[in-house]
Design a protein around this ligand. Structure first.
Ligand SMILES: CC(C)(COP(=O)(O)OP(=O)(O)OC[C@H]1O[C@@H](n2cnc3c(N)ncnc32)[C@H](O)[C@@H]1OP(=O)(O)O)[C@@H](O)C(=O)NCCC(=O)NCCS
Length: 155
């Protein structure tokens, strides 16, 4: 059974490892090795991650095997990280996590959600009511990566 629960400090290492594996195994389908290397470096910046975990509400999906995914929401309605474990992709975890984030956002009075969706995640968000605002290019360590600013009104 998969549950969604709030982040605890002990999750940090597992979530960073999940992120790195997912980007390297799943997003590699849509990005070059050079892009993947700057997006998910082998040596993760744990200090930057800790700051991110402190700044956002992080929702953790967990099943019998351990952490299955995580997503982050801030008070401006921004969905920051949203990653599912590479071996659980397509099994409904992302949908469950997004429902939990939308419900929490609704409870907090947030009227609009927005995210910078990867090429990989764009169809997933589109099928869940997010519309593309613009295609954009972010530059990390001199390497440009394409993503899509997407938003959704919450009823
Ligand atoms: C995108 C992502 C979050 C979706 O999570 P998931 O657990 O695989 O999604 P679910 O199993 O709940 O739903 C899958 C649905 O989305 C669709 N889908 C997911 N990824 C897709 C893709 N790359 N292309 C087309 N459809 C996709 C599936 O067809 C399925 O459709 P359905 O509505 O008919 O069921 C996950 O695939 C992921 O972590 N991707 C890599 C990391 C990433 O890019 N994260 C976003 C960073 S901005």
């Amino acid at each position: 059974m998969t549950i969604i629960r709030p982040y605890i400090d002990n999750d940090a290492a597992d979530l960073i490892a999940l992120f790195t594996e997912t980007v390297r195994r799943i997003n590699i389908r849509d990005y070059t090795p050079e892009q993947i290397a700057v997006w998910a470096p082998k040596e993760a910046d744990h200090v930057a991650w800790k700051e991110r975990f402190a700044r956002c509400m992080t929702f953790v999906a967990e099943d019998e095997q351990g952490v299955a995914g995580f997503g982050q929401l801030d008070m401006n309605g921004h969905i920051d990280c949203f990653y599912i474990a590479h071996d659980r992709i397509g099994s409904g975890v992302g949908s469950m996590l997004l429902r939990a984030i939308e419900q929490r956002a609704h409870e907090l009075g947030i009227k609009k959600l927005h995210t910078e969706a990867s090429i990989t995640a764009r169809p997933f968000f589109a099928r869940r009511g997010f519309r593309i605002v613009q295609e954009q290019s972010v530059v990390r360590k001199g390497i440009a990566l394409t993503n899509f600013l997407m938003e959704k009104d919450l009823g």
